[in-house]
Design a protein around this ligand. Structure first.
Ligand code: FE2
Length: 376
């Protein structure tokens, strides 16, 4: 798999200097990629589509690509203790390494962002095989997380050059997951605005929503959050920082456990949250429980909804409304032993919000778990 550094040319300046076509994939560094792939297949119903490792000529790592709808995860593990991948996995546990964004021109994306202050991780690099060409370039983000720009040029092969296609996956049990709605970062004390400015100044994003510690606080713990959106609104990154509360913020617990900032949760969209969450539960995905009192007050808070409240209560699905409509959401427990990354399942019915009205109910549920680990 030849990798070639490309020359960097000047490009004409436009209104949106970083046009994004969505999330190409999310790459995780994990301790055991074979078993992690099995978890996402058997529990989340994703399909194994591609693999690379020693059998395909990659000596230092093994990567499994799983997919459902437009969601694509790459699970990568080190094959030797001296690998930098092993060092990162040792420091953080399993977690998100790369948020890869699809672009028409990876070289331009890399140049426009590095000229605005992004730190380059990998300059534009061409990967080629008999199927065609993929060009990637990466820039540094919070902690050891990176953004990778992916230019596929209609690449028809298995994911990327160097991967082999997996023809059939006998495990697959789809759950109706469609696409990534948003991905949330946890950053350190006082760091939120630095990363808001990064997305604004370096990536050309704009501030979409803002929550302060009056919105998102419980008796014990608090956080602040700002949601950044790209030009066409297809890519949204909320950024959280801990705020002062009576006890340890859940964001601080994450930072301590992960060993620094990183991706807190990935929200995946569905057209039918009751069906999706029922299937996920049957396949072993564990969700946060919600106090019964939440559902007694639900209809007075959000008004009439299409879904039976009893079914939502049984599953623990939360509901929030704004002037445009409503949305339903639910959160998994962390999917690692360290209380770090978790998932959100979301169904939007008009609302473009992030569930401000649910924060309190949700965080009280999270804190019950935090207390059970002796961290509150
Ligand atoms: Fe979320």
């Amino acid at each position: 798999m030849p990798q070639v550094a490309l020359p960097v040319h000047e490009a004409p300046s436009g209104a949106d200097f970083l046009p994004l076509n969505g999330t190409d994939h999310v790459e995780f560094y994990v301790g055991n990629a074979r078993q992690a792939a099995h978890y996402y297949r058997s529990a989340f119903g994703m399909r194994l589509i591609a693999y690379r490792g020693p059998e395909t000529g990659t000596r230092d790592r093994a990567s499994y690509v799983v997919e459902q709808g437009k969601i694509r995860f790459v699970l990568t593990t080190a094959l030797s203790p001296s690998s930098p991948i092993a060092a990162q996995q040792f420091a953080h546990g399993d977690g998100v390494k790369a948020i890869a964004l699809t672009v028409d021109d990876a070289t331009s994306a890399w140049r426009e962002t590095t000229q605005r202050g992004a730190v380059s991780v990998t300059p534009p690099t061409e990967q080629r095989d008999e199927s065609g060409v993929v060009i990637t370039a990466s820039i540094a983000l919070y902690g050891e997380t990176i953004h990778t720009f992916v230019e596929r040029r209609n690449y028809p092969g298995a994911f990327f050059p160097g991967y082999r296609a997996v023809d059939e996956d006998f495990v697959v049990r789809p759950t109706g997951l469609l696409h990534i709605d948003h991905m949330v970062a946890n950053v350190g004390w006082g760091e939120m605005n630095r990363w808001v400015e990064f997305y604004r100044d370096v990536m050309g994003f704009r501030l979409y929503q803002h929550f302060d510690d009056r919105d998102i606080s419980t008796e014990y713990s608090a956080l602040m959050s700002k949601v950044m959106s790209n030009g066409n609104g297809w890519v949204k990154f909320p950024i959280n920082e801990p705020a002062q509360g009576r006890k340890k913020s859940q964001i601080e617990e994450y930072l301590d456990s992960y060993g620094g900032p990183g991706v807190q949760h990935i929200a995946m969209a569905t057209h039918d949250i009751i069906e999706t969450v029922s299937r996920l539960r049957n396949q072993g995905v564990e969700f946060l429980r919600v106090p019964g009192a939440y559902y007694r007050e639900l209809e007075s808070r959000v008004g009439k909804i299409d879904e039976p409240v009893g079914a939502l209560e049984e599953l623990g699905v939360l509901v929030d409304r704004d002037d445009e409509g409503y949305m339903l959401q639910i959160f998994t427990r962390p999917v690692e032993d360290r209380p770090t990354l978790f998932y959100e399942i979301i169904q939007r019915k008009g609302s473009r919000s992030f569930g401000k009205g649910n924060f309190k109910a949700l965080f009280e549920a999270i804190e019950r778990e935090q207390a059970s680990r002796g961290n509150l």
